[in-house]
Ligand binder design. Sequence first.
Ligand SMILES: [Zn+2]
Length: 522
Amino acid sequence: MAQSRKNFVQACAAIVVSVVLNGAAWAQNFVATDTQSVMQSINDYRAEHETEIIKDFAALLSLPNVATNLSDMTKNADHISTLLESRGFSTKRLSAGGAPYVYAELLNPSATETVLIYAHFDGQPVQEENWVYPPFEPTLLDAPLQSGGQPVNIDDVEGDFDPEWRLYARSAGDDKMPIIALVHALDALRENGIELSVNLKLLLDGEEERGSPTVGRILEENLELFDVDLLLFCDGPMHQSRQTQLVFGVRGGRTLDITTYGANRPLHSGHYGNWAPNPIMNLAYLLTSMRDETGRILIDGYYDNVATLTELERAAIADMPDVALLLQDELSVHTPEGAGTRLEELITLPALNARGIVAGGVGDKGRNIILSNATVSLNLRLVPNQSPERVRELIEAHVSEQGFYIVHEDPTNEDLRTHQKVAKLDWRGAGGPGLRTPLDHPMSLRLVKLMRTISPELIVTPSMGGGLPLHAFDTQLEAPIIVLPLANHDNNQHAENENIRLQNVWDAMSIYGTLLATFGEM
Ligand SMILES: [Zn+2]
């Protein structure tokens, strides 16, 4: 293409992108007025019912919810089913040998589309001794704990609750909040005579913190329930800037432990140094052959299938708040990896991370020996179009090319005697691919448009860096998957003193209610 024509095409693409992504262009249509009045109704309702909402939330949070305790999880599921049934949902308990899932639906005969909301009600195990307030005795504090927050008695509060106050309990941020925000948003709509514009289905997971081991079977065995138009995955912390965020993808992952070998027993490094093969050094050479200092993976063909970013995805990343300098300062990082590419773009690429090395001892435990073996554990982050099987083939081909004889069990003496270099590759689990819902999918465009009227500063994130258990949904459901995280980023999820900021609960109510009341009419 001639340069001038190319520039023209690029300019047009940029205009299209900016019209699609620019919130201001959308603010002036009928939806905006609709959403504003619905939001107002919900906020007014909430202001009248704050005590009741917080108490309802505290009651749910007081139920212990470690996924392996099936009797506790059944109590949670019963409690949640009661909350939902009293709002007109029909509910069903789904299970495939693990903790229970709660499925619920609230159908609207005049709606033509169905939105499925996913959240989970199990939580990470707790170490009570590390919590300032007991994890299952929800405690409202008048400021974050680290700023000296003091307990507030919910019944003593007159008027509004300060939105910066926080409720402390296991699962306050991850992930019981959507359930409470949703049921109270529905109450607000009903009291104001506002109908849902879509059919609403919920899938509430009782074993997410264990990796949702049975979700694939749950979906497969109940596929008729999941014929939906959009899956909203409501889990995880929102952006550090506290701006509302939609996330359109996740990375997948695989884990690989590689062990290299020396002689079949440790040898004196004085007597044998320069003669005995050194497994630590061989492992180091192998690792540096796999990845350069910027994080670029050097394995042949590794990027061949990687989905490149679309124009819309690039534009969305360019619009995201750039947190690099803040992070570098906070984390004392002089030069990030990535050769100058933005963090938000780097996490749309495959990554090969060494997450641990075990070999010999250091410091007081150091011995002057040449070891028999050394092991590295690699965490591979995968992106769309990279299959875990193909990644395995490429890595095994690369390790062979470096002169290693590959085994998958411990090598025998015969293996070590007859091959110059031996590496054991221990693939841990099958892993899963990444996924990205296209930003120009009609559901994506509609949702972004609607969310911009609710929250003009909306951050559109093509992919988060980590994973979520989306693979089963992606393979079983036709519907596009979009992640809507609404917990404060500093909610201490998985750790002690987990909490939710009240403003995040209020915002979640407003977002769920407005979305359900208007999405079907867009
Ligand atoms: Zn979660």
